[in-house]
Design a protein around this ligand. Structure first.
Ligand code: F6P
Length: 321
């Protein structure tokens, strides 16, 4: 193999740049040419190909976002779009891809292989941490810390006013950010898509509020089956009369300089992805499980559900009394 492509796709995640750097430098170290592809799958269709050298990725390790840009491409969802992307990749002499992103990115990589024979190795990068086959995804640790910083600030004003706040964090189908930011921020209740929201329990934890607690914070994952923080807050008010404020943290969780953990994970997985490619291991995701590099078939990473740690769920309840 002589030439590989690297791209980021889907929602950006802090650490994507550190990962691009690792892929480029490992590729060059092992004698490959590395072509960066701008705007993910959309850039394959539009022909955004940028040859990258070791120095092209200088001074990006610590930056949020992605120098290659990212997109959620509608056109790539069509057979015609994928055919155009594959034709362009072949014209560029790109023999394999390193796909940095989440489940949507990996679905695209599988389609490119099944329809056009272009193989990929996936690297898990999404703040949601919702991929099977890796303990953590790139960007998750930074997102939790960003959410925590905000929760701490909200706690100050909640405490000053004796108020109840609902803080909505990201997590389209999973509660990973909510659970860790909730425990780290001392949440009174954490609403997540994996569990039915329990209004009786919310009532019980809020008993302490006003009596001997001066503030209460309920963390809601955006993908909660009840439909988000505003809906839960309104329902609790209807049921039990608690007045409230809602803060939706939104995309600030996706930005910012990556944490040490995210930079190191991104660096490890970037090198591991290139090593997987040169040893002929395709259509797998490189992940880290209990400190070891692990390869998981791309399909399994989103077909199998990564479970939340039951111990964390248990202590969140114990600590909220
Ligand atoms: O996949 C990461 C994520 O940030 C989710 O938590 C969120 O639901 C989604 O992306 C938002 O996507 P967009 O930026 O396209 O609105």
């Amino acid at each position: 193999m002589k030439r590989i492509g690297v791209f980021t796709s889907g929602g950006d995640a802090p650490g994507m740049n550190a990962c691009i750097r690792a892929v480029v430098r490992a590729g060059i170290y092992y004698g490959l040419e590395v072509i960066g592809i701008g705007h993910g799958y959309q850039g394959m269709i539009n022909g955004e190909f940028i040859p990258l050298q070791a120095r092209s990725v200088s001074n990006i390790l610590q930056r949020g976002g992605t120098i290659l840009k990212t997109a959620r491409s509608e056109e790539f969802m069509t057979k015609e779009g994928r055919a155009k992307a594959a034709k362009n990749l072949k014209e560029q002499g790109i023999e394999a891809l390193v796909a940095i992103g989440g489940d949507g990115t990996f679905r695209g990589a599988i389609a490119l292989y099944e329809e056009h024979g272009i193989p990929s190795v996936g690297i898990p990068a999404t703040i949601d941490n919702d991929l099977y086959g890796t303990d953590y995804t790139i960007g998750y640790d930074t997102a939790v810390n960003t959410a925590l910083e905000s929760i701490d600030k909200i706690r100050d004003t909640a405490d000053a006013h004796d108020r109840l706040f609902y803080v909505e964090v990201m997590g389209r189908t999973s509660g990973f950010i909510a659970v860790e930011a909730g425990i780290g921020g001392g949440a009174e209740y954490i609403a997540i898509p994996e569990e039915q929201t329990d209004y009786e329990e919310i009532k019980n934890v809020l008993k302490g509020f006003r009596k001997d607690k001066t503030s209460s914070i309920i963390i809601v994952a955006e993908g909660d089956e009840e439909g988000g923080a505003f809906k839960i807050a309104r329902k609790v008010k209807e049921l039990y009369g608690f007045d409230y404020r809602v803060v939706v943290l939104g995309h600030i969780q996706r930005g910012g300089s990556p944490s040490a953990r995210d930079r190191i994970l991104a660096s490890k997985l970037g090198v591991a992805a290139v090593e997987a490619l040169i040893s002929g291991k395709f259509n797998v995701m490189v992940g880290e499980v209990k400190g070891e590099i692990k390869l998981t078939p791309l399909k399994e990473t989103f077909r199998r559900r990564k479970e939340l740690d039951p111990y964390l769920l248990k202590i969140a309840k114990i600590l909220s009394i």
